[in-house]
Design a protein around this ligand. Sequence first.
Ligand SMILES: [Cu+2]
Length: 500
Amino acid sequence: MTALIIILCVILISIVLVQIGKVTELTAQIKGEREVLRDSSRWNSVLSIVFVVVFLLAVSISAWKYKNYMLGFGPHAAASAHGNTLDNMFLVTTIITGIVFFLTHIALFFFAYKYRWQENRKAKFLAHDNRLEIWWTVIPAIVMTFLVVRGLNAWNTVMADIMSSDEDYMEIEATGQQFAWIIRYPGPDGKLGARDFRLTTAGNSLGQDFTDRKNWDDPIISQEFYLPVGKKVRVRITAKDVLHNFYLPQFRVKMDAVPGMPTYFVFTPIKTTAEYRQELRKYPEYNEPYDPADPNGPKRWEKFEYELACAELCGKGHYSMRRILKVVSQEEYDAWLATQTSFYLDQVRGSEDDPNKGKVLDIEVPLRAKEFSDNVTKAIESSTAADKTLPLAHVMYETGSAKLATDSRYELDNLVTAMNTYPKMVVQVAGHTDNTGDAAANQALSQQRAAAVVQYLTERGISSSRLRAIGYGDTKPLAANDTEENRMKNRRTEFTIVSQ
Ligand SMILES: [Cu+2]
């Protein structure tokens, strides 16, 4: 129906225009051509002035009305230290091109008015004018030079890399892949470990070189990531498959992630997420409900988050590369980082991707000591008999012998510490084997192994009256001796707190 009405309107308007044309022709015949020409010229010239006034007013009013949609204005204030430099650059360019826009439009329409057709006025044809040529070459050249030099200056400021390692900054790494950002943090040592693409496996998706100890404490974050406010951050940006783009719009950070060519961006967040929300709160559009279906629910400003997007159309799942960035105080950041665990220790340690398999790493020694003392405290506090038995998980012997492997000393030293912390504690050390071989020999071996542990402890000053050694052989398996994995579980040394 609407379509029909529109078609009818178009037809009617066409008829009206044709009729107006005919009437004009008729009046021209009555009045004479010249008079009509003069009338229409006058009208057209006046209307062109009216048009340019209305047009420029509309442009100015709409620009004023929608100024808050511009970068750097209203809710779009930059949240990084360098953000204002870029926003100002855009603003200056807008002002200069805006002035040119207004002047050319005024000139264009004013000239159309001034030089309208008039009787007895002849056009003057200008073949060439050197002075004019110089003017309209030199002026744009000067303006362009000013804009370009400013732009280069801003680029050099914004893209400046960290020049000396004494600078106070932190470094994180963002790797783009279809379709996720893998964000790596440096861990407590403050340093990112080395990578080598040839080491990439299913279990080591970044190809981290785990012989580099800087990798041992690096956490990998796949969802929300945090940054402290006011701290300079250098982001190493890489990609694994196709082009991606590391884009933090509120921070004016945008850099291609290119496979095989590391890029970077250095920036300083200057507003926490909470502060940015308070700024958005001032604008009516951010006081609308976040979920239109729930008008009494949280407002848009309350749910605002800084986001990391991929600004490169990298494939079908491109949209799913959105990640949330929380900018918080240094204290909150430290607390968050402390909850992030090392990817290597959590996922890789002891697996086939681990080049340090079978070795004790120095960073593990304090972690194991803490775990051991926590477990002993728990066992002491527990009133259940079963809780009083704890494994000596990292005590190993040489194959088929009761000689302690060198790396066993860390775990045994933890036991020495526990015996000194709880001076009344009496423990029984028990050796266990799997069921391979002769039962009597197994029993003897487990007895000797338990005795070796006791001997180690007495040599370190623990009274033998507080220690007992017993060998159970294969009589107390933890699991059926059917697989190598289960047999490994059964070959173990434990200690039981007999009294405390
Ligand atoms: Cu992408």
